[in-house]
Design a protein. Structure first.
Length: 161
């Protein structure tokens, strides 16, 4: 668990023990896999949703989610590891149904799970400073996607009534 006193005093650098490069690879690869699954589910909703305004908004935020996978993968590579690449995942493996609001709710649940996992990784593990910064950015990007999904769900539910 990060030490708040060290963080306050050493905001620009780090002193103390952080996890090893091998441990970083081991800890970040499950997040990459979770991101890849999430991106496949975003793609499913983009292909399947009836409202073009929703799909346009999701395409915009999916670009950020894809870049986030790249950031994690780059970090894993810089630690001497091999990042998950999702080649074993097929688009047909992802089916959130055909209910427009239901799809968005499921996507929001998946995004929430990812946001929680990134938050736990950031708060509970002594990562190197650079990795901590990346995790902070990923959490922030995920929070933006969650806000959008909440807004889209609210709008869809209001239109249905």
């Amino acid at each position: 668990m990060p030490n708040p006193i060290k963080e306050a005093l050493l905001n620009r650098g780090w002193a103390g023990k952080t996890i090893t490069r091998a441990e970083t690879v081991e800890r970040l690869n499950p997040l990459v896999r979770q991101f890849l699954r999430l991106n496949h589910n975003y793609q499913y909703v983009i292909r399947s949703h009836a409202d073009s305004a929703v799909t346009k908004a999701l395409k915009r935020v999916q670009k950020t989610a894809r870049a986030d996978v790249g950031k994690l993968s780059e970090t894993i590579l810089s630690c001497g590891g091999t990042p998950e690449n999702g080649t074993d995942m097929e688009a047909d493996d992802f089916d959130l149904g055909d209910d427009n609001v239901g799809m968005l709710r499921q996507l929001k649940d998946l995004e929430t799970d990812l946001n929680d996992a990134v938050g736990r990784e950031r708060e509970e593990i002594e990562h190197q400073m650079r990795t901590r910064g990346i995790l902070d950015a990923l959490k922030s990007n995920s929070a933006e996607r969650l806000k959008l999904l909440s807004d889209l769900i609210d709008r869809a539910e209001a239109a249905a009534t």
